[in-house]
Every structure is written in C-alpha cells, then in structure tokens.
Design a protein around this ligand. Structure first.
Ligand SMILES: [Fe+2]
Length: 304
C-alpha cells in the first residue's frame, strides 16, 4: 500500500479552562508544560518530542485535530499520491501551520466524520532539555509506539473502518462486541505499529463529545497506582483499576477538565501485522467500575 501512517504523533484539543488543564497536566498526569503560547495554548510534553498534546483555548472542550506521523518526506509524498489515487481531497499545510505544529511538513484532510487529520513528518525533538515529569514518575512508553491511543465517536462505523484501513493504511487488531440495552455495541481497534491500537471506535452513538478518551501508558505499574491515589484524593471522577481483555493493559479512567476521559495504564501487549484478528465479548476482564457500579463503556442508567 502506498499510504500508511506509522504513529499517533500529536493530538490537539480545545479547552474552556486552561488553568484547570495546567494544574491537571502537571499535578495529576505528570506531563510537562513545555510552552504557553500568546493565545494561552498549552503545549504538553511527555517524551523527547517538543510536545504531544496541544490544549487550545476553545469552548468545544473536545477534539480539534489528530496528527499522524509518517517516516519522512518521501513517505509523505507517497501518501499524497495515494490520496490522489483514491480521490481524497487534502490541503498542504502552509508555513504558519507547519511552524505551529513544530513539524517538517504536513498535509490536512478530513475523516468521514469531519475530524481534522494532519499527516506529518519530522517532529521537533528536544535533546538539550530531556523530558522531566512534573511528578516523580518513571516516564511514558512512546517512541516507536507513538503518543498513546485514543477512542473517538464516529457517525458511520463501516465507512470509518474502511477509511482508517484503506486510506490511512491501519490494520484491525480485534473487535469487542457487548450488549448495550437491546442493541449490540461493537468496537474496532486499529493499529499502525506494535501498539495494540492507536485508535478505536464503536458503532453506537458515542458520548456527547467526539473524543472518548486518550490513553497514556507509563513505564511502571506503581505510577498507575500513585496517579490513582491522587485522583481519589482530589475527588476526580474515575473508574477503579481494571484490565482489558484485548490489549491486556491494566489501567483506570479519569475525567479530564474538558469532560472526556484519560486512560492511564501499564503493561499492554504488542501486536504484529502477522496476527489474525480476534474477537472479545467484554470491554474489561475485571474492574474499570464507575461510581454507579457499572463498567466503563456501559450505558449510563436513565434517570427515573
Ligand atoms: Fe483505551
């Protein structure tokens, strides 16, 4: 295949309360504020990349764009040729956009749900000042596996699956299908490197927001525990610890200042393109219980 993204590189979100985000990022997530821009945008760093998460002042409190990394300028040129062949329109990012994202070059396109995707190469790396977490944790698992993973709500499951496979070149890792009321919820997990999934989405109507959650993987299980403690201490809405049956990660979910969730976890298994697709019937093998007693991903109880 000509076009293929290789890593989840960066994510841009809009937020109405930047002050709450700065506090949450540094005192809970353990990521660093690398830069505060003139308009208030926070560039958050959690590895050698200049930033991975950009939090922009924006009342949507939702996803603004997803940055997918390819290897180099030749790979981006091949990706552009692939889009032209598939009749997918795109624009070339101008100098202002390239500077803002701290990349060598980028193109912009929309997924079938209208989500802004940016495909880029050559992110800015900071070697002079190595990443230092704002909390005493042992860092995040990124590198060849990219930023982490994300789950979004989509308007059309089949069309979206086809797009992420055939246009972005991702591969299906597995599916989880669970009963949700009298319907079935099916979630597909897609990978573009050894990380079990870089993106996932379900066939049911998602939450009120496009962004369901962003997952950050830490290098030490104790850092999941200490972060969970801080959540409880601060009264931040969270689930209990739990393990997913497909990626085998032990994690918990906690509400971000924008309402969507962060998943904070450790110990996910890797996948390869040679593996056959699998199917599961539960989102969590154990745990991930919310304060209403149901699991993460279950439908909320209707108010009586
Ligand atoms: Fe997740």
């Amino acid at each position: 295949m000509l076009g293929k993204v290789e890593r989840l590189g960066y994510v841009g979100v809009g937020a109405s309360d930047l002050e709450a985000w700065e506090d949450y990022a540094t005192n809970l997530l353990g990521v660093a504020v690398q830069e505060k821009e003139d308009d208030g945008t926070l560039l958050l760093r959690h590895d050698k990349h200049h930033y991975r998460l950009a939090v922009h002042p924006d009342p949507s409190d939702d996803l603004l764009y997803i940055g997918w990394q390819v290897a180099d300028d030749e790979a981006l040129a091949a990706f552009r040729a692939h889009l032209e062949q598939e009749n997918i329109s795109f624009t070339v990012g101008d100098n202002g956009k390239v500077d803002a994202r701290r990349v060598g070059e980028l193109i912009e396109l929309k997924d079938p749900n209208g989500v802004c995707l940016e495909v880029f190469h050559s992110p800015l790396i900071d070697y002079v000042a190595p990443f230092q977490s704002s909390r005493p944790i042992k860092g995040f698992l990124t590198g060849e596996f990219g930023l982490g993973h994300m789950v979004i709500g989509v308007d059309n499951f089949d069309e979206s699956k086809k797009f992420y496979r055939e246009i972005l070149g991702m591969r299906v890792s597995d599916y989880i299908k669970v009963a949700r009321g009298d319907k079935e919820l099916e979630i597909v997990f897609l990978h573009c490197n050894g990380r079990h999934h870089s993106i996932g989405f379900g066939n049911g109507a998602g939450g009120l927001k496009r962004l369901g959650h962003i997952m950050l993987e830490v290098n030490d299980m104790d850092d999941v525990g200490s972060t969970y403690d801080i959540c409880l201490k601060r009264g931040i809405e969270s689930t209990t610890l739990g393990r997913h049956p497909n990626d085998r990660m032990i994690s918990f979910y906690m509400a971000s200042p924008s309402g969507w969730q962060f998943e904070y976890g450790y110990g996910a298994r890797c996948v390869s393109d040679e593996e056959a697709v699998e199917r599961f019937t539960t989102i969590s093998e154990w745990g991930h219980l919310r304060n209403d007693g149901l699991r993460y991903g279950d439908a909320r109880k209707q108010a009586q």
